[in-house]
Design a protein around this ligand. Structure first.
Ligand code: FES
Length: 337
């Protein structure tokens, strides 16, 4: 039977098997195939798009062991100041309920070849780290997970983490709401050991602190994921400031050219490349529209992209960009469409 609601045609229909109260305002949701089948595999660090009936979509990290074949686990913090997705989940998603999701995608992969891994989680940022820790454990890698939280009441997934805590692989740090009383991030990151990679995820203040204290780490060894565009330093700027930071050409747009046809379209400062292309009959699939999910990822062949995403590394940025939010520093940007 066709579902009631505004879901994409290729959405996967799953069933909620279990909802678990994990910590204050944090629930986990275990999703399965109602017929007991296997689910598409995923890598540690991956997320899924979670589709809501009204057509909105949110991204949630998968936090179970990627070796699990038949279930996905997500952890959701109820954010009363958010865009409503987490509240809807907390209020309306119960066991047996049917939900619609997208195929897992990974913008936050592990670099398994590293000699050692430090996983740093703040609050609900622990969700991708749980999958990463499980994977590192299963391949016998050397790692430590540091989980920073306000108090035991606020720390989710403690039961899942217990074996790792007992084995010395995970540490919980409670600060009582005062970060100066919690983990000394500066000391932890002061002397990066060769071959060590750092991964971090958490709320804006936490992200800022880890970014600052890992600034001197070697290129390519520090990896992070934001929860939402609101956590991005640039997203805190006013629109006018954002434009200045984005392209340095306030008041001047640019043109995007379609490589296959040579067609040129002007992109004014108040529209995204995706919007302009859509107005001209060229549809690029989008999801987050904030440079967080990678749905709109597109190859470009010429021009100087002003990358505004939060997911691509320097190597990928030489070839790809996110037209939902990125701009152009050159007068013309040629896209491989
Ligand atoms: S739509 Fe999510 S990165 Fe562009």
């Amino acid at each position: 039977m066709a579902p009631e609601g505004n879901y994409p045609d290729d959405a996967t229909r799953l069933q909620v098997r279990q909802v678990t109260h994990q910590a204050e305002n944090i629930n986990s949701y275990e999703l399965i195939d109602a017929d007991g089948g296997d689910l598409p595999s995923f890598e540690a660090g991956a997320h899924i798009d979670f589709y809501f009936r009204d057509g909105s979509v949110r991204q949630y990290s998968l936090c179970n062991d990627p070796a699990d074949k038949d279930r996905y686990l997500i952890g959701v913090l109820r954010d009363i100041n958010g865009r409503g997705g987490s509240e809807a989940l907390h209020e309306r998603v119960h066991p047996q309920r049917e939900v619609f999701i997208g195929t897992p995608r990974n913008n936050f992969p592990l670099h398994e070849e590293a000699k050692r891994h430090i996983l740093l989680a703040g609050g609900i940022g622990v969700t991708p780290m749980l999958a990463m820790a499980a994977r590192l454990q299963s391949i016998g890698a050397d790692f430590t997970l540091h989980y920073c939280s306000k108090s035991p009441r606020h720390a989710a997934f403690r039961r899942e983490l217990a074996p790792m805590i007992a084995g010395g692989r995970a540490q919980l740090h409670y600060d009582g709401g005062d970060p100066t009383r919690g983990l000394d991030i500066e000391a932890l990151l002061k002397d990066p050991e060769p071959g060590t990679h750092l991964y971090y995820c958490g709320p804006p203040g936490f992200m800022g602190a880890v970014s600052k204290f890992s600034d001197h780490w070697p290129d390519g060894t520090v990896h992070f994921e934001f929860f939402s565009a609101a956590a991005s330093p640039k997203a805190k700027l006013t629109e006018q400031e954002f434009d200045s930071v984005s392209d340095g050409t306030v008041g001047i747009g640019f043109q995007v050219q379609i490589a296959s046809t040579g067609a040129l379209y002007s992109v004014p400062n108040d529209k995204s490349i995706v919007q302009v292309l859509l107005e001209n009959g060229i549809n690029i699939e989008v999801s987050c529209e904030s440079g967080l999910c990678g749905t709109c990822l597109t190859r470009y062949t010429d021009g100087d992209v002003d990358h505004q995403d939060l997911i691509l590394d320097d190597a990928k940025r030489k070839e790809f960009f996110t037209p939902c939010c990125s701009r152009s520093k050159s007068r013309v940007l040629v896209v491989d469409l």
